[in-house]
Design a protein around this ligand. Structure first.
Ligand SMILES: Cc1cc2nc3c(=O)[nH]c(=O)nc-3n(C[C@H](O)[C@H](O)[C@H](O)COP(=O)(O)OP(=O)(O)OC[C@H]3O[C@@H](n4cnc5c(N)ncnc54)[C@H](O)[C@@H]3O)c2cc1C
Length: 465
């Protein structure tokens, strides 16, 4: 009898799982069917590309990192090589808002430490005392730590100024996280490894720079997108899935073990499944699992999430006085702004705005400023627009604005996260033909989500065949 695999959640993780199953099925001629159940009325989850008035707009993620190879790998398998685009080579760089002014991140500065000393010494972003304290990293002896928060590590090696002015906005911003809680081991273990190996992060980074290993911090040459936006990945995977294998607008309410494997209960029906892959946020996974494994459910629900929102703003280029000579800016928490960051989308990638126009994306919320997401739509847009206008010297109202909210969408990898994930994996082993994947466990970036979905698919097929 044909085996049926139900995948719950149609974000990039669920789609990657479904695609991997179909790939392996074709290679091995397996007798199986899949059903991907997605609660919203479209696939993609956080990934959403839309078009408006000649603008190509990413409402969520706008690029992926190639040093984690799985997104690039999948794109190649989907024959999307020709659609891949790089960031604009002429404008690479980021600003930091410091005392209400935009200051360029010094050349060679990778997330939390300089790999090139001269540009670092010249920057006005840090005081002389701050710079000296950061250079103390060359002499401070290493400390054996199992896990440590970003804040603790940066304070220990580089001092408080480095934490407040650059590490918190650059790293904390990406994870929309509180740096006092964010686990370095679970998010950026490479910095701990540099300390372990070279006794100093700066020394290790300079060495890697010379050896051209260069995979310590995220560089813009390591990011790609698609000509027609990240939605390309979603649409292409969807086109490869068998007919009638996707059900939209259906919410899984409960799963229970049964003689045949599993029963999946939604608001519409009950379906028998030989195996299940859950790719929803972990708090949803917890609610599905709670009834038959409360202990696993409670581990899953212990992973916290942060909410954020993206405010998209379109302007005429002539109305912006800033030179926009970079890809955007990040905002330290100590600036007391509502913004986490702002991306100059149409500068970063070609084809995002018609000639003579600029597309900006402002980010708000996260673990350090959750209250802002409670504001109603018009006020939230106004607040973001006002601040972006002040910072970039914008003289007119935007051509249009779009607000996209991401409630409880970003898992928070707190200190101890790796142990929670280990416990989840162990407890999951108690259940046959059940896998859990997604951004809550081993990486929030798109490549990691793809890897997680593909690994879950392979594990399920191993159990079934
Ligand atoms: C604003 C923003 C910007 C980002 N930028 C980047 C970036 O530039 N690069 C990058 O690599 N990463 C980025 N990320 C992170 C990355 O986009 C996400 O981690 C990733 O897309 C998550 O994919 P996922 O499939 O695991 O989860 P999701 O996209 O959250 O998908 C889960 C799906 O499950 C569905 N679901 C939930 N419960 C049920 C249920 N009971 N029944 C059926 N379906 C259900 C949901 O509707 C959803 O579609 C960004 C994230 C955000 C929020």
């Amino acid at each position: 009898m044909s085996k049926k695999i139900v995948i719950i959640g149609g974000g990039i993780t669920g789609l990657s799982a479904a695609h991997r199953i179909i790939e392996i099925q074709k290679e091995n001629n397996l007798d199986l069917e899949i059903l991907l159940i997605e609660k919203s009325d479209k696939l993609g989850g956080a990934i959403s590309t839309i078009e408006k008035d000649g603008f190509l707009i990413e409402e969520g993620p706008d690029m992926f990192f190639t040093k984690r190879p799985w997104a690039l790998n999948l794109s190649k398998r989907l024959d999307l090589d020709q659609d891949l685009i790089e960031t604009n080579e002429k404008k690479r760089g980021t600003f930091v808002l410091w005392q209400k002014r935009l200051v360029p991140v010094p050349e060679g500065f990778l997330m939390l430490a300089p790999s090139k000393i001269l540009p670092f010494l010249k920057t006005s972003l840090f005081s002389w005392q701050g710079k000296l304290r950061m250079l103390m990293d060359l002499f401070i002896s290493k400390k054996e730590v199992d896990d440590e928060s970003l804040a603790s590590f940066v304070r220990r090696r580089f001092g408080n100024e480095a934490l407040e002015r650059i590490a918190q906005p650059m790293i904390g911003g990406v994870y929309t996280a509180d740096p006092e809680k964010l686990s370095l081991r679970a998010t950026m273990p490479q910095f701990l490894e540099l300390e372990e190996k070279y006794g100093s992060v700066i020394k290790g980074m300079s060495y890697n720079e010379k050896e051209n290993e260069g995979d310590i911090g995220a560089r813009y040459s390591h990011f790609l997108s698609f000509k027609n936006g990240m939605g390309t990945l979603i649409n292409t995977i969807e086109s490869k899935l068998p007919e009638n294998s996707v059900s939209l607008g259906e919410t899984v309410k409960r799963i229970t073990p049964s003689d045949q494997g599993w029963k999946v209960l939604t608001q519409k029906r009950t379906t028998d499944a030989s195996a299940i892959i859950i790719t929803t946020p972990s708090y949803h996974a917890a609610s599905l699992i709670q009834n038959f494994d409360p202990s696993l459910g409670s581990d899953l629900s212990s992973i916290e999430y942060a909410s954020s929102a993206v405010i998209i703003l379109a302007y005429k280029r002539e109305d912006i006085s800033h030179d926009l000579n970079g890809f955007g800016f990040v905002v330290p928490d100590i600036e007391n702004s509502n913004l986490i960051a702002c991306s100059f989308s149409s500068i970063k990638f070609e084809g995002r705005a018609p000639r003579g126009y600029v597309l900006l994306r402002a980010f708000v919320g996260g673990a350090l400023n959750p209250g802002i997401c409670d504001l109603e739509d018009t006020i939230l847009i106004q607040e973001a627009e006002k601040e972006v206008s002040q910072i970039l010297g914008i003289s007119s109202a935007p051509e249009f604005t779009i607000l996209k909210r991401y409630p409880e969408a970003m898992p928070q990898y707190h200190v101890g996260h790796l142990q929670i994930v280990e416990k989840i994996k162990e407890k999951l082993n108690r259940h046959q033909c059940l896998e859990i994947a997604g951004n809550a466990y081993s990486g929030v970036g798109i490549p990691d989500c793809i890897h997680s979905g593909e690994q879950a698919a392979e594990a399920i097929l191993k159990e079934l065949f």
